[in-house]
Structure formats: C-alpha cells, structure tokens
Design a protein around this ligand. Structure first.
Ligand code: FE2
Length: 214
C-alpha cells in the first residue's frame, strides 16, 4: 500500500494562539509529509511489509531499517498527535467516563496526571514523544520515547501497549513560537488537548489492546 498524509481535522489557524498557524503548516505539510514520502521509499526494500497498514506496520519495524523505523514512527506518531488536538473550547476540558476513573486510580487525580505527563514531556532529552499508553494488562502508563519510537513497536523500547495520547516534543513542534521554552509550549499544548478523541481512543481501541487504526 502507498501511505498517505491523513487530512488535518482543522485549519492551520485553528489552534491559535497556543499553536501558531505557520508552525502547524510547516509541521504538517513539511515535516509530516516528508516522513510519509520517505516511508514509502524506505518500504521498497521490504516487500514483506508492503501490504501492512500503518498501525500493523509499527509492530514489525524492528529488524527492518532505521529509515523504516524513523519514518513509520514519524507518520504514525504525528497522525495521532494531530487527532489528539482541537481548537480551544471545542471539546471536553478533561477526561470522563471509565478513562477518567482509570486516571484517578493510577495517578491519584487529573492534576497529578497532568503533572506527571508534563514532566515526561519536559524531561525527554532532545527529540522525542510523551505518551499515555494502555498496557496489555489494561493499566495506564505515562512515558516518553526518543526519536520517533512508539509503544507499538515490538522489541523496541521498554513500554509496550496501545498509545491513546501523545505530545510531540521535537523542536520543530514549537521552536518558531516558543524557541527553547519547551515547558511553555507544553503548558499551552494542554489547552488544545482533545479529550473527546482520547476518551474515544481508549473506549474503542485501548480497552481492546488494538492500535488506533491509522
Ligand atoms: Fe513533529
């Protein structure tokens, strides 16, 4: 299959002022599109992986090539990242239902969860991602990964399961507006988090140990 960029679910200006339009445009049409293009090129060397969809592909990247790992992860992670966001005021401001209860059970409170996730995002050295992942035993885990690794990649990293929420902490995600101030970017990113999407990811996929099917 030929991998393609998924439509952005809002306009480039829709996430202002937390995420400026130029950053969204360059991030999506520049960085993300490049990962998609390079993924298709890299997969030419691995015909046994040619028919896998993007989610299934993640499980098989170990043992392929750095180009497949980086660009498969880059495509999957960014697709989840965009869908996790929404214009300010258009979704529930906090988790609800069973996911809210699981967050309280695991982390103590929503505020404690936010603090731990923020620290995972701030403390990822250099480029990477922060995650909320549903592990195979059904418990939640906050963690981070380097580069474009993700918790779907069998044999890579230490936490495995279904990621339902992510924050991109590569400098390209925030440098134009926030420069070196990653904590300020993350503080503003929280205002954009689409809890309706994340609750849906948990209910439809996380509870069933199925990757969100991009
Ligand atoms: Fe990115």
């Amino acid at each position: 299959m030929v991998h393609t960029l998924h439509p952005l679910p809002y306009s480039f200006t829709a996430l202002e002022p937390s995420m400026d339009a130029l950053t969204v445009e360059i991030h999506y049409l520049g960085h993300h599109q490049t990962y998609v293009t390079k993924l298709n090129l890299a997969l030419a060397e691995f015909p046994d992986r040619a028919n896998l969809d993007l989610a299934a592909l993640q499980h098989t990247v170990a043992g392929s090539s750095p180009a497949v790992i980086n660009n498969a992860g880059g495509h999957y992670n960014h697709t989840l990242f965009w869908q996790n966001l929404a214009p300010i005021g258009t979704t529930n401001p906090a988790p609800y239902g069973e996911l809210a209860a699981k967050i309280d059970e695991k982390f103590g409170s929503f505020d404690a969860f936010k603090l731990q996730f923020t620290n995972a995002a701030i403390n990822r050295f250099a480029s990477g991602w922060a995650w909320l992942t549903v592990k195979q035993d059904g418990t939640l885990e906050i963690h981070n990964t380097p580069g474009h690794e993700n918790p779907l990649m069998d044999g890579i990293g230490t936490v495995h399961g279904v990621p339902i929420m992510t924050c991109d902490v590569w400098e390209h995600a925030y440098y134009l507006k926030y420069q070196h101030r990653r904590p300020e970017f993350i503080e503003n990113w929280w205002k954009l988090v689409n809890w309706d999407n994340i609750v849906s990811n948990y209910e439809k996929y996380g509870k069933r140990s199925q990757a969100v099917p991009f």
